[in-house]
Design a protein around this ligand. Sequence first.
Ligand code: FAD
Ligand SMILES: O=C(O)[C@@H]1CCCC=N1
Length: 381
Amino acid sequence: MVYECIVIGAGIQGSFTAYHLAKNNKNTLLLEQFVLPHSRGSSHGQTRIIRKAYEEDFYTHMMEESYELWAQLEKEAGLKLYRRTGLLLMGPENGKDFQLIKSSVQRNKVPTVVLERQEFSQHIPNVNLTSGDAAIVETTAGVLYADRALRAAQMVFQSHGGVIKDGEKVINIEPGDLITVTTDSGTYQAKNLVITAGPWAKTLLSHTGLQLPLQVLRINVCYWKEKVPGSYSISNRFPCFIQMKPKEAEHDIYGLPSNEYPGLMKVCYHMGSETEPDERDRQTDRRDVDALSSYITRCFPGLVPVPAVVESCMYTVTPDNNFVLDRHPTYSNIVIGAGFSGHGFKFAPVVGKVLCDLSMGQNPSYELSPFSIHRFQGNAN
Ligand SMILES: Cc1cc2nc3c(=O)[nH]c(=O)nc-3n(C[C@H](O)[C@H](O)[C@H](O)COP(=O)(O)OP(=O)(O)OC[C@H]3O[C@@H](n4cnc5c(N)ncnc54)[C@H](O)[C@@H]3O)c2cc1C
Ligand SMILES: O=C(O)[C@@H]1CCCC=N1
C-alpha cells in the first residue's frame, strides 16, 4: 500500500503532525523506533510549562492558536491536559532579557501582573526575590500534562484511521516522487514524508543528504523535596517560574509546582551537556545540579537543596534556539520539524498543523522565515 504520508517519530511534534494529517483524511503512517510509551526522547515526563510570554512576538502569536488547539484535544480525548497555575518571571530589572519579555507581554496584551518588591512575599511565599530583580506573573500560563497529552494526540490520530507502528526503527530513506522508507522490520512507501525525529534528526536527515547545525544536549531533570509538604504545590496555587540570569549560572533556571511526585518540586537548569542520543546517560556531568543547589539554597529556602530524584531528557538545539519548520531544500515532498531547543512542547498543536500544511502543499498561516533552513546559510548542506 502507498501511504499519503509517513511521519517519522512519535514524539509530541510527530504525533500532532500525524493527528492533523489524519483529521484531513490523509492516509498516514506514524513510525516510532521505541515501543510506546518510552522515556528516551524529549517529550516524556508528566509536565511541561505552557506560556505566551516570549521576547519574540511570533511565538506569542503562535501560542494564541496553540491554547485553542490544546483545548480542542482535551475535548476530543475527554482528558484534562492543561492546568492554569500562572508563571512567575523573575530577572534583573534593567536586564535586556527581562525588559524584552516585559515589553513583549505588554505589546501583545498578554494577561500579566507586575509584582512590586514590597508585595512579593505575600503573593509568592517561600521565595526570596534576588536583590535587583523584578517580577511579573503571566496569569494564563500553566502546566501541560505531557505524557497524557502525548497519548491523547496519538489516540485521536488512530481514531481517525491513522496507523502507528512502534518498535520499528527507520534505517534508510530513499527520496523520490514515491519515497521509500525502510525500517529494521519492513519497507513502506508514501507520496510525502515528515521527519520529526527529535535528537535523532541529524542522523535521519543524513539519509537525505542534508546536514543541519543541530546539537543534542542531555538535561538533568531534577526534583527537590519540600521541607513542608505542599508548600510549592499546584494545589497550594504555587506558579511555574522562570529565573532569568540567576547569579549561580549563565542560563535560566525554571520550575513547576510540585504535582507528579507529591512533595517534590521540579526545578531544572535550561542547559545541559552535549551527548549522543543513543548514549544519553553515558556521562554523568552534574555541574548544573551544583548550580541548582546553590540557587535553591538562596531563593527557595523551603526546598532541601539536594535533588531527591534526577531523571534525564534531551534538547535538540539550533544556534538561535528557534525551531526548524521547513521543506527539505532538495525534496519538496519531505518536510522537517526539528531543533525545538528545549521549549517546543507547548507549540506542538500549531507545529503539527504547520508541518501538515507544508506536507499537503498548502501555505501555513504563519510567517515561517524564523524557522527556515536557509537561515543557516553556510551551516547547512
Ligand atoms: C527536561 C525538559 C524540559 C522541557 N520543558 C519544556 C516546557 O516546560 N515547555 C515546553 O514547551 N517545552 C519544554 N521542553 C521541550 C519539549 O519537550 C520538546 O521541544 C519536545 O518534546 C520535542 O518533541 P519532538 O517530537 O521533536 O522530539 P521527541 O520527543 O524526541 O520525539 C522524536 C521521536 O522520534 C523517534 N525517532 C527518532 N529516530 C527514529 C528512527 N530512526 N525511527 C523511528 N523513530 C525515530 C524517537 O524515538 C522519538 O520518539 C522540555 C524538554 C526537556 C527535555
Ligand atoms: O518552554 C518553557 O516554557 C520551559 C521553561 C523555560 C525553559 C525550557 N522550558
